[in-house]
Design a protein around this ligand. Structure first.
Ligand SMILES: [Zn+2]
Length: 511
């Protein structure tokens, strides 16, 4: 069967050409369930015993990829319409999803709903692409349910209230991520859910844990249209925010437009930007520019939100910049002061996951419920991150990985969620893994193709090599490479050995 659509298009040269898009629909695309009597099950990925098969929508993939990566979630159908949308919206999540789908240990099956005769849907007149795609997801869910029969429950997972309502109306089982995860009876899994402020908190299944009394702590970010206009007019400056490793309350933005670094002092001026974010900065009036030496730092008072249970005196040790010299700075000093600014918007986030541990806190009374805790990253440039956990007792003495989800202007700290536990604090293997993760070092074993390039084992230095007069055996010295990170050609190395007379022997090796 062939769906074709033709339209005329004007080329750059002004010619009008007719374009025909042909969309071939097939009836030999399999469902991926090994229990299926109809389909060829040689490529099936879903377990034969699965009583529930999950179909997830695009936002569930985009927001809850940490959850999907957990072993507890399996027998998932990824529709091609979802895969395509994820690819367009977030390449990093797309790559993680592809890795899940190709991992033979996991039961994720890609179903080409867009090419299947029974599940392809044409956009209706006046239907938005989003609505069309949501409908395609529901049609595919319906097809699966009819195809697999009543022995299998096909469950659509969506947090989109409208999509869920329509699905239920059409007789499709649909649940929110939260209610599905709760039904699994593994409270720890709920920790993996993303805490977004924009989530449909009106839905009855979602607990609204936001405190009622909250005050604005940060200035709202400008809308993107205003930022673009401001950059164009030269009142805002764009650059990558770099947080000072030695003082996380000070950051720099290298600005091409003013040809200098703009200094951002204090968390209020950093306005929720993270290290590595691409930000838009507005310069402060010149009388508020600082000289580094004129700064003094005091501890911020403890005005922590009530729902974060902190041990006394452990509030964020954010120093407050005391602008004591403001107004008394002489003209000569003012010339020396450096451009200072504040962040008015974040153009591109550099959020990823971070290693660290929870701030020590007493176990809240009536343990077993949801606790709010503050996560402290090993990377000092990262602010504390607030997470919800149902396994506080298990996490307090562990190194854990946490991902950031959102940071609204009412909240002192960003919100995030628990991703996984690395191990116990202080354990050598755990701390080694933390260092590897923090520095983005891939510690996975080498692939067999790479190992195949090596000579067969057991291998040893041959007597010819040792006899070769232009070679020297240095295996007894500890030689360190000094090539920069990411270097592919590791050929500059040093060694340093303490000699018996107290001197040091330094070897410089350039290959
Ligand atoms: Zn089938």
């Amino acid at each position: 069967m062939l769906q074709s659509k033709s339209f005329v298009r004007k080329t750059k040269q002004g010619k009008v050409v007719k374009v025909v898009r042909e969309h071939y629909l097939r009836d030999d695309i399999y469902c991926g369930a090994s229990s299926c009597k109809v389909c060829d099950s040689s490529g099936a990925r879903l377990t034969s015993s699965a009583s529930t098969i999950l179909i997830v929508d695009t936002n569930v993939v985009l927001n809850q990829i940490d959850l999907l990566e957990n072993q507890a979630i399996d027998d998932v159908v990824i529709l091609s319409v979802v895969l395509e949308e994820v690819k367009n919206k977030n390449l990093a999540v797309y790559n993680r999803l592809r890795a899940l789908c190709s991992n033979s240990m996991r039961k994720f099956f890609v179903f080409s709903n867009e090419y299947h005769r029974d599940t392809y849907v044409k956009a209706m007149v006046g239907e938005s692409p989003n609505d069309r795609n949501d409908r395609a997801i529901r049609v595919a869910a319906q097809w699966y349910q009819n195809h697999l029969g009543n022995a299998t429950r096909v469950l659509l997972i969506t947090n989109d209230r409208e999509n869920k309502r329509k699905a239920t109306e059409e007789g499709i089982s649909a649940e929110t991520v939260e209610s599905y995860v709760k039904s699994l009876g593994q409270p720890g899994l709920l920790d993996l859910l993303v805490q977004t402020s924009s989530q449909d908190v009106g839905m009855e299944e979602v607990e609204d844990l936001r405190p009622s009394k909250r005050k604005i702590i940060y200035t709202e970010h400008k809308p993107m249209s205003e930022i673009t206009a401001g950059l164009h007019r030269g009142i805002y400056h764009q650059g990558k925010l770099r947080v000072n490793r030695y003082n996380p309350f000070e950051a720099y933005v290298g600005s091409e437009s003013i040809g200098d670094e703009i200094i951002i002092y204090g968390r209020p001026n950093m306005n929720r930007a993270f290290d590595g974010d691409i930000v838009a900065v507005e310069l402060l009036p010149q009388d508020q520019w600082h000289e580094e030496k004129s700064l003094s730092i005091v501890d911020e008072e403890d005005d922590e939100e009530e729902n974060v249970h902190l041990v006394p005196n452990s509030a964020d040790d954010a120093p407050r910049v005391m602008n004591q010299l403001q107004g008394s700075v002489g003209d000569a000093n003012a010339v020396l002061s450096r451009p200072s600014g504040c962040v008015v918007g974040v153009i591109k986030r550099n959020w990823h996951s971070y290693c660290g541990s929870l701030e020590p806190m007493p176990m809240p009374a009536g343990s077993g419920g949801v606790a709010h805790a503050l996560f402290v990253s090993k990377d000092r440039r990262i602010p504390k991150i607030r997470i919800q956990t149902r396994q506080l007792g298990n996490l307090l003495d562990k190194r854990i990985v946490v991902a950031v989800d959102s940071w609204d202007c009412l909240s002192r700290y960003p919100s995030g969620h628990y991703v996984r536990t690395i191990g116990e604090i202080g354990d050598r293997d755990t701390e080694s893994e933390v260092v590897l993760i923090e520095n983005d070092i891939d510690a996975r074993p080498f692939a067999s193709q790479i190992l195949a390039c090596l000579p067969p084992l057991p291998w040893s230095v041959s007597s010819e090599d040792l006899a070769n007069p232009i070679r020297q055996d240095l295996r007894h010295v500890r030689v360190c490479s000094v090539d920069p990170p990411g270097c592919k050609d590791i050929d500059d190395a040093l060694h340093c050995t303490a000699l018996p007379d107290g001197n040091f022997e330094v070897g410089v090796r350039i290959l």
